[in-house]
Design a protein around this ligand. Structure first.
Ligand SMILES: [Zn+2]
Length: 309
């Protein structure tokens, strides 16, 4: 039996309204429980996508077939007027995911704002962003969310310290290879990190593989002797790539792969090491992401990072 932590990021109104119900139904059929991370504030993701309009990003848009992958409404959201507040417009699917027994965490108040600005935010500003999302998600659920995943795997020392003030059971803010407690600027962060270990769909497609070979490629990366944490997106695997993800679940079952919410992976893990977090880059993803130290040798410290965006 090979355990895989399954994390579902929900970044947009469309992902919440359409992708989440699709995934809740599919996972129920496969008797799988996962961790959903919800963005509940304004959906300004269209603004984010257009802000990245540089040659490299345009190539990626074409490579991944972005309009088909995400939908035009996502690409335009928040570009002309402030985006709708997702948690107010569409709370039902969030409640349904929780009622179906999935673990529910906070992903963002404003996903676009965090991803574009977190590097320039002090601890107070980050705390305010998290608090707004935390309060609305608590209202929707009738209880507090029990974990957090930073938008686009972007955290800074200030953000980690802000997050530590919230009663999350764990965080999933970076890429990495093992469960760990971060040490930043010589300070121990109390929340354990359950990092994403596997690439996302948009990081592999058109580079390492095509849609036809994608599932086989991904399955080969899942190993019994290491931590496996997969992140999917409600906007992608929950909508345009739903049949592909369904096929992935079938193939995974044949290989004795068992999916768990991230909290389940945490409960199974006896040894939790201490580790630094650094700024890094992954193939197929635009800009920087935070990584557990020791995952590759191209790290810069989170502090020295400055402007590579
Ligand atoms: Zn996200």
């Amino acid at each position: 039996m090979i355990f895989v932590g399954l994390r579902i990021d929900v970044d947009t109104l469309r992902g919440t309204c359409i992708g989440v119900p699709n995934l809740v139904e599919l996972l129920a059929r496969h008797q799988i429980r996962a961790t959903f991370f919800f963005s509940v504030g304004p959906d300004n993701m269209g603004r984010h996508l257009w802000r990245l309009m540089r040659p490299a990003f345009l190539v990626k848009m074409l490579r991944t077939g972005a309009a088909r992958l995400y939908g035009w409404d996502i690409l335009m959201r928040g570009t002309l007027c402030p985006g709708p507040v997702i948690g107010k417009r569409c709370p039902g699917p969030i409640q349904e995911a929780a009622e179906a027994g999935h673990e529910v965490g906070l992903h963002a108040w404003d996903h676009h704002y965090w991803q574009a600005r977190v590097e320039r935010m002090d601890q107070y500003a980050v705390t305010r962003e998290i608090q707004r999302g935390y309060d609305l998600l608590t209202d929707i659920l009738g209880r507090s969310p029990n974990c957090f995943a930073a938008p686009s795997w972007r955290v800074t020392p200030e953000a980690l310290q802000a997050l530590d003030q919230f009663p999350f059971r764990f965080n999933s803010d970076c890429r990495g290879h093992s469960l760990f407690r971060p040490v930043v600027d010589g300070r121990r962060i109390s929340h354990v990190q359950v990092p994403t270990t596997l690439p996302t769909y948009d990081e592999l497609i058109g580079l390492e593989c095509t849609a036809e070979t994608y599932n086989e490629n991904l399955l080969k990366m899942i190993r019994p002797d290491r931590l496996n944490v997969l992140t999917i997106h409600a906007e992608v695997e929950g909508i345009s790539r739903l049949p592909l993800f369904q096929d992935f679940l079938h193939k995974a079952r044949q290989r004795d792969i068992v999916f768990e919410p991230l909290g389940g992976i945490l409960s199974q893990t006896k040894k939790i090491v201490e580790s630094g977090i650094c700024k890094s880059a992954v193939a197929g993803r635009d800009g920087w992401i935070a990584c557990q130290r020791g995952i590759s040798n191209q790290f810069k410290s989170l502090r020295k990072s400055a402007n590579d965006e």
